[in-house]
Design a protein around this ligand. Structure first.
Ligand code: MN
Length: 340
């Protein structure tokens, strides 16, 4: 079968690999039907993802159909359409015992630390398969994975109805978070440097927007929060000054959620955190959020259609990655397909 492997940074190859065989741990064989390309896949391709190891079959937004099951499998059957969990954890370490397997001491994320879903078949445990509702297409269903990341960040933020949320960044990550946050609170400020992204955020339910390239960020946050600052801030921009800006823009007793993976030092000061008793919390991957995302879809509260802008067959992955590098403004989510 064919797979997309990043041999080393900047070297993408379509390779021929053995079709996986089922064992006791990986007891469900999924035939892939759609796989989303994420910014982090592009980072692994370009060698800017500090977590990744090489060579790697990338891809963690994995949708397919169950092709074969082991004898002990009970909750999925051949023919079920599923999305596959990207997080694998040991189940016994300290974070796992605290029910936080997404930061397992032995974490292995598919497509990052172990091989992922840009291949025709993948074998996974049945507990990593989430059955899709009929109402969503395979291609749209790849958006469930980014949605789980958004649910995780809102969960880590402890977002509640009376919060005044400051969402920093209105790109792919920010817009996913906005869609989830909108279900929990009304008072949402979105900041970005792109006017068109801010307009989209407004249309998606942001109450206020700030163009940080043109407006005074702190003044505007204070204006939109009755002079007190945000109660919760989420960094979906993950740029050099994000954290400092959010520590400043968040009011007393607030929470600040980081999502960036940059290892570059950033200057902050303790006074901002201590004097306001801020809680700075990281949000990584997601912790068993697929079920929640699927429940929202089933309840008609989450519509993931309209996000896919382009599709490419798996064997043309290089073309897809080159197109992403072109930064064409028409690009939203690009999906690899498996009928070739
Ligand atoms: Mn992703």
């Amino acid at each position: 079968m064919k797979a997309v492997q990043i041999v080393k940074p900047e070297q993408l190859e379509i390779i021929e690999v053995e079709k996986p065989v089922l064992d006791t741990k990986n007891n469900v064989l999924v035939k892939m039907t759609a796989a989303g390309i994420c910014g982090s896949d592009v980072g692994i391709y370009h060698g800017t993802n500090a977590a990744a190891t090489y060579p790697r079959i990338i891809g963690h937004e994995m949708v397919g159909v169950v092709a074969e099951i082991g004898s002990d499998v009970t909750h999925v059957k051949v023919g079920d359409r599923v999305i596959v969990n990207q997080v694998t954890s040991c189940g016994t370490c300290y974070p796992c015992r605290k029910n936080r397997g997404n930061v397992c001491d032995h974490l292995a994320a598919r497509g990052v630390h172990i091989d992922g879903g840009f291949r025709e078949f993948i074998a996974v445990s049945e507990s990593d398969c989430y059955i899709l509702p009929d109402s969503i297409s395979d291609q749209d269903a790849v958006m469930i994975e980014p949605t789980t990341i958004a649910i995780q960040s809102c969960s880590r933020a402890g977002l509640e109805q009376d919060d005044m949320l400051l969402l920093y960044g209105a790109g792919a990550l920010g817009s996913s978070i906005l869609r989830i946050a909108r279900q929990m609170c009304d008072h949402i400020i979105v900041a970005d440097i792109m006017d068109d992204k801010l307009e989209e955020a407004k249309a998606a339910g942001a109450k206020y927007t700030i163009n940080t390239a043109k407006e005074n960020f702190l003044e505007k946050v204070l204006e939109y929060t009755h002079g007190r600052g945000a109660t919760v801030s989420i960094d979906a921009a993950c740029v050099k000054d994000s954290l400092l800006n959010l520590l400043k823009a968040t009011g007393n007793a607030g929470r600040v959620v980081t999502m960036g993976f940059s290892t570059a030092p950033t200057v902050v000061n303790q006074f901002l955190i201590t004097s306001k008793e801020l809680e700075v919390r990281g949000s990584r991957l997601q912790n068993k959020m697929f079920g929640k995302a699927i429940e929202l879809i089933k309840a008609g509260k989450l519509d993931l259609s309209g996000s896919i802008s382009h599709t490419y067959p798996l064997i043309k992955a290089q073309e897809a990655f080159d197109f992403i590098d072109s930064k064409d403004p028409s690009i939203r989510k690009i999906v690899l397909t498996f009928d070739f």
